[in-house]
Design a binder for this molecule. Structure first.
Ligand SMILES: Cc1cc2nc3c(=O)[nH]c(=O)nc-3n(C[C@H](O)[C@H](O)[C@H](O)COP(=O)(O)O)c2cc1C
Length: 180
């Protein structure tokens, strides 16, 4: 399958980017073709009516149109979506054709906090539903990610580590059902 991954923060040491790269590696190891958009690749101008989309914006738009599914790995800022990712979503929602309509999405988050970014994913679900994207009901969250993620972005906690291949299985079967 062709899959896209977007997320992380603009911080060089982003835990979410680390997790995103781990998920991309696992999907590639399963034989899928992945395109990743994280960190500086998402440092876009603020959306403003009349602004022309940059090459970076068009690259993600093209990748989402070509992809059968999208993995979002998002930090939680004040129980919501960080500004740079909301800006990316808004930009993409203005481009034609909409890359969001009918797009299967897996939501993931990592946070040093005890909830693992789960509250931010509630906001993501509202936004994705508004655009017609189809988020998998389950999500992957990594609490205490500053301690729980190893250098390659793999969870150290055995339960969370075991949850990763399971949620990828669930997501890939959703993508197969919707997009085969
Ligand atoms: C403005 C701001 C708001 C934040 N709000 C939350 C929050 O609501 N919940 C949470 O778990 N962490 C919150 N954090 C902490 C982030 O989860 C933490 O900085 C995390 O490492 C960010 O992701 P990153 O490592 O990918 O950059 C916040 C951080 C910032 C800068």
């Amino acid at each position: 399958m062709r899959l896209a991954l977007m997320g992380g923060s603009l911080r060089p040491g982003s835990l979410n980017t680390r997790l995103l790269r781990q998920l991309a590696a696992q999907l590639e190891a399963r034989g899928h073709e992945v395109s990743t958009f994280a960190g500086e690749a998402l440092r876009w101008p603020l959306y403003e009516e009349g602004n022309v989309a940059t090459a970076e914006i068009l690259a993600l738009h093209g990748a989402l149109q070509a992809a059968q599914g999208l993995v979002i790995v998002s930090p939680e800022y004040n129980a919501g979506i960080p500004g740079h990712l909301k800006n990316a979503v808004d930009w993409l929602s203005t481009l034609k054709p909409s890359p969001w309509h009918g797009l299967p999405v897996l939501l993931c988050a990592a946070s040093p906090g005890a909830f693992g970014g789960a509250r931010g994913l509630v906001t993501w679900r509202t936004t994705l539903a508004n655009m017609g994207a189809l988020a998998l009901p389950e999500a992957l969250t990594v609490p205490h990610a500053d301690q729980q993620l190893d250098e390659q972005g793999a969870p150290r906690d055995p339960r969370t580590l075991a949850a990763v291949p399971k949620i990828l299985d669930s997501f890939l079967s959703l993508v197969t059902r919707l997009r085969s």
